[in-house]
Design a protein around this ligand. Structure first.
Ligand SMILES: [Zn+2]
Length: 275
């Protein structure tokens, strides 16, 4: 038996000592730590959130000109664009506002941190598509920020929008999708990525649940909402229990790595694929 285990152990030690492996492990744990700190940095006051979003992007290397606060009159969104080789556009969005109950760290500062870290990863990549990382205002008041963004897209530019991926509320489970406000092709792509990673991308439906993907879907832009809430979400969402201590940081990091694979998959497809 030992002569069977020894070569395996040798291989394992070699891999662990390989400089590339060690370096990658260090990068991963630094990223994990970064995400944890950014979530812990949550400001529970709704009035401060817009400034906090700007600060977050600044800390990740976005300069002042890149961080655009778009004022639509009744609502403000923060938009940070990473240009790709083409004008084909993917919107990666989530809301920054919160309800009056709880800290709003689950719903949806967790999503804001996830999106900002995706921005950090994607600005270093050589993307085919152009990415708009968006923090929407007033989602809780009726998807106002996302509706305003969709309305502002000129008709002739609309066909450039290949997909919209909406991130809402994390810290409990692997990513799953809210089917009622998500399109088939984008759901299937999520399932494909999950299969490759040896996990499941669950499809769920909750009566009355909505989020910002709906505004894009209504305008004919293929959209999906992903979440990492558990089935006991009613205990936390729009409740006093929406607090830091209830979040699992390793899950959010896992969601982040999944999302990178997912967006890369979207990048590899033609815009027509989603329509
Ligand atoms: Zn939400």
């Amino acid at each position: 038996m030992l002569n069977k285990i020894l070569p395996f152990l040798f291989l394992l030690t070699t891999v662990y000592n390989c400089p590339l492996f060690t370096k990658q492990t260090a990068v991963n744990s630094a990223k994990k730590e970064q995400i944890r700190k950014q979530i812990e940095n949550v400001d529970c006051d709704d009035a401060d959130r817009l400034e906090e979003v700007k600060k977050l992007y600044k800390s990740l290397g976005a300069n002042k000109d890149e961080i655009k606060v778009v004022d639509y009159g009744d609502v403000k969104n923060v938009i940070v664009t990473v240009r790709g080789k083409t004008d084909e556009t993917v919107v990666v969005g989530g809301h920054y506002d919160k309800t009056t109950l709880g800290c709003g760290v689950i719903d949806n500062w967790s999503g804001i941190v996830l999106i900002a870290n995706l921005y950090e990863s994607f600005k270093k990549k050589n993307n085919k598509k152009t990415y708009k990382f968006v923090a929407f205002g007033k989602e809780e008041k009726g998807l106002i920020g996302s509706k305003a963004m969709v309305k502002a897209i000129p008709l002739e530019k609309k066909s450039n929008y290949c997909a919209m991926v909406n991130f809402d509320s994390f810290g409990f489970t692997n990513l799953w999708t809210l089917e009622s406000i998500s399109d088939r092709k984008l759901i299937e792509l999520g399932q494909k990525v999950a299969k490759e990673r040896g996990q499941v991308f669950q499809i769920k439906n909750f009566r009355g649940a909505s989020s910002d993907s709906k505004s894009f879907q209504k305008a004919g832009i293929p959209s999906i909402t992903v979440s990492g809430l558990g089935d006991n979400w009613r205990k936390y969402l729009h409740q006093d229990a929406d607090q830091l201590e209830n979040i699992s940081f390793p899950k959010i990091y896992e969601n982040y790595t999944f999302s990178i694979d997912y967006l890369e998959k979207i990048d590899s497809k033609s815009c027509d694929y989603f329509k």
